[in-house]
Each structure stands twice: as C-alpha cells, then as structure tokens.
Design a protein around this ligand. Sequence first.
Ligand code: NAX
Ligand code: K
Length: 549
Amino acid sequence: MISAYTGTQIRAAEEPLLAAGMGAVLMQRASQGLANAVIRELQARGRKLYGASVAVLAGKGNNGGDGLFAAALLAARGVRTTAVLTGGAAHPEALAAFERAGGRVHILTDSTLNRLTAEVARADVVIDAVLGTGAKGGLRGTAAALAGRLLYSGLGGSLVVACDVPSGMDADTGEVHAPVLSADLTVTFGAAKAGLLADPGADHAGRVHVVPIGIEENLPWPALRRFEAGDLFRLLPRPGRRSHKYSRGVLGVVAGSADYPGAAVLACRGALAAGVGMVRYLGPPEAAQAVRQSCPEVVCSASSVADTHVQAWLVGSGMGPSDAEQLQRARDAVESGLPVIADAGALPALPAVLAPHVVLTPHAGELASLLERLRSIPDGSAADSRFTESPAAESPAFGQGADRAAVEAHTLGAVRYAAGLTEATVLLKGATTLVASPFQDFYSQADGVPWLASAGSGDVLAGIIGALLAQLGSDVGRFRDAGIDPDERWAAIAALAASLHGLAGTTASAGGPLTAGRIADVLPEVWGKVSTLSIRLAQERNSHPHPLR
Ligand SMILES: NC(=O)C1=CN([C@@H]2O[C@H](COP(=O)(O)OP(=O)(O)OC[C@H]3O[C@@H](n4cnc5c(N)ncnc54)[C@H](O)[C@@H]3O)[C@@H](O)[C@H]2O)[C@@H](O)CC1
Ligand SMILES: [K+]
C-alpha cells in the first residue's frame, strides 16, 4: 500500500525535526536522493555521467535549495551543471555548494530569457526546483515565461525531473496552475504527496519516487492511499473448501433498460468475472433477454427487490429517467439496507443523504450534476456541518456551482465534498480513480490505460464492485486484520474493484484498443496473476527489503 499526505501534513511532520536543528540534515537527505535518482535515469539511458548535462531551475525557497544541493552532488560526479535562478535569489548555502562544485549560475530576467530557454532545452536532464510545498499558486513572471517556452519547444527530448512536486502543482489537492512542466519523474521527499496521486496533478507527475528523509515516524493518518498487488492478494476473497454459491455471495443487478440492454449484460459479465457466487437480474424483458443470451449463468426475473434474496445490489447502469420501474427498484435496493453500488441513471434518483455502504460511481460530469442537485436542496437536509466547513466546501469551484471542468480541476476536493454531503462512499471514475469514504479514508488507483475510456467500461466496473460488495461486505475481520477500519471497508472494496478493473483493462488492451467485454473476459486471469505475482513479490521483499515502503 502506498500512503500519500498533503504538503501541509508533510511540513507538520518536519516541524519537530526542524525545531531540533535538523533542517540541513533533511535537506541533505532530500538532495542526495534527488541526485541518486538523476544518476539512475542517466545510467538507464546508457549515458556516462561525465559529459552529461543537467540544468536546474531553482526558486528562492528550500525547494530550490534541494535542487541546487543535488546539482552540486552531480557536478562533483562530472556532470555539466547549470543553474537558472528564477527568483533572483537562492538558498545561500545550496548556492555556495553548487558554485564550489563548479556549477554555472545564471539569473533569469527578461533579457536572459531567450538565451536561457535555449540552454535549458539542450540539457539532458532538467530539474524543476522552482516551487515546492511552500508555494502559493503557480509560476509567475519570467519563470512562467520560461516554462511556457520550454513546453512550446517540446524540450528537445530532455528528461524532466520534478523536485518534490512539479512546480505549480498544489501538493495538497493536485490542482494545477499553468504553466507546469510535465515531469517524467517526480522525486518526492518524506512520503508521496496527495496531489501527485490525483488528477490533474498526476497528469504532470510522471513516475513518482519517494526518498525517505527521516520524518516517517511523525506522519499522521494518510490523506490518500493506493492499493498494490500485495494488498489485492491479501484482501480479495477466495472460496473455502466448503463454500457454495450462496455463501460465496449473491449479487442482485438492477441495470439496463429497453433502450440500453447492453449495460445490463456488461454489468452481469463484470460481476461474474469477479468471482461472485451467483447473479440475480431484475429488469425489463428486452434487457433480461439480452442477459440470458450472453450470460446463461444469470438468473433473470421481473420480480421485486423485496422478494429477491441477495447480499448486495448493483443499480443504475444503463437506466434513464423514464425507466420508472427500474428506478423504483433502485430506491428499494437502497432502502433494503444492503450494500449497494449505484451507477449512472440511479444517481439522480436516490435520496440526497445515503450511508457509507452505498457506493456512488459518477464520472466527472455526473459528479458535477450530483453536487449541483445537492446544492439546490434547502440548507440542512443534505449537508452535514462537519463537511460544509471543509476547505473543499469553501472552494470557489464548488461555491458557485459545479460543472464538469470544476470537478476535473479539483478532483480530491470534489469527491471528498460529495462523500461528505451524501454520507455515501463516492468513487470518481477517471484516469486516476478516487474513492472517498464519508469518514476519513481516501483511495486513489491508477492501474489502467487510456484505452479503458470506452463505452461499457463503467458498466463492467459496476459489476466488479457489486461482486466484491456481495462477497466481502460482511467480512469485517478481513479489513480489521489489514488495518482498515471496518466502518470504512466500503471505500476499500470500491478501490479494490477499481484496481482490478484497471489491471484487467491493461491486460485486455495489450497496448491497443479494447472493448468493454474484454475487460470481463481477462479478469479471472488477471485475478490469478495478482495472486501469483504477490507471492513472488513477498518472497523477493523478504530477501531484499524494499527501502521505500
Ligand atoms: N521543510 C523542510 O524541512 C524540508 C523541505 N524540503 C524542501 O523544501 C520545500 C519547501 O520549501 P519552502 O517552504 O521554502 O517553499 P518552496 O521552496 O516551495 O517555495 C516557497 C518560496 O517561494 C516563494 N513563493 C511562494 N509561492 C510562489 C509563487 N507562486 N511564485 C514565486 N515564488 C513563490 C515563497 O515566498 C518562498 O520563498 C519542499 O518542497 C522540499 O523541496 C526538503 O529540503 C526537506 C526538508
Ligand atoms: K518543484
């Protein structure tokens, strides 16, 4: 599991060490880690250090200090190093170390902008150390002009390494203030920053490498976590020797309509592929017919929710506002008190205030509509004061009404806000999938590929979530043993499903296009591989303990 923290949390964790006079030590650890990462990148490209060139863009704060100290270490190894001071001044000790090591220093001004842009664009590696966790807003003035020109010129193949965070990305929220140099690699200090694992920040972060600097013991509960293969192995269900189809979990599916029978089929296929013992489908004859044809394993009927015995419900995929009977079933499923995954057409039809065992799965547009709907409800009925006092609630992006663009620009805040208002678990689909529990836990999964953005992909995800809710919803001990608060297991289940969906999509794509049905086709194989891979990783980790986790 990867844990990520807001920049604010990281700074608070550094405080006691700074108070103890260890600021310089922390900076040495950070800059050594950054220099090592640059050396590894050059070596991986078959470059000798001697003669390679590195340009560091250094701001006047500690982030620039880290960049200059790292460049000094690189200069001492024979790398040609150039520093461009973007704020006119620089961390004094770091600048002195850099000059002592033989680095060349330039001050960025309007008159040096053209020349320095060309020089930076020629470097093998550009270290972006203008702004870090202490930044307010984005690059300004000539620093913004330099970044804008470098982006325009395409950087001529230079490798961009962000120091701690890409400058202009908010470490707390992942919001991005353009222009931001998109990094190939972000070397981040102490722990991953939440903004690096959420869009749009993740768009600019590239690979993220964490350098421990000794603050780990002071870190609070993470702002965000990400499951890895070992977590999937530990948390995914496995049937026991005496299991039978009912004990393995039965999922009720209320999805599809006469207009969209395919959504019902894909949701059922996703659920079947994710190990559920049985699927019971309720819906109109056109959709039931399509389900029967594609999935003979599914038991179809037109009965009511009350008369259908299941452990969890999936509602909403492929349903529209005119599907009155299906929407009533969706509301009945929520009323039943069983775990529910509510997708697409069900989202506008459910009560404003729900419960953590209801998992809402909007995409950005649907989340914007949901927030708009909740905002229009008279004060007090939808909003819990604990959440309306959160920074997200005060954010201008949501105060004046949310649209899709506002959600996409503030994903962490939007998901957290929606979970707070609805008291449900909210999963926002996207390149990075975010899941917020209405309490504290927050997950970010990015296991997929862009080809997953295809029609029906979300229906399969709904099926996978439903299958895991049916299998794991009552297994409180499994989550407690894994250090997950059982009351927040719904978010963990949704994140596990998002991870499986992403991994299956990556396999189904194999570098090329995919169709949604293929995600379900390859899922059992991916599930099997996760198990074997995890065993191997655990064995490797025991023989070579990993320094970063
Ligand atoms: N606090 C610590 O103990 C450690 C901090 N480290 C580094 O220090 C960074 C944080 O350093 P700082 O707090 O000095 O802050 P930053 O280096 O992020 O930048 C803030 C500096 O830039 C100015 N500034 C803020 N917003 C600006 C903007 N939009 N445009 C131009 N200038 C702006 C501020 O006045 C300040 O001088 C971290 O990201 C990390 O790289 C590491 O060295 C590890 C230890
Ligand atoms: K930076």
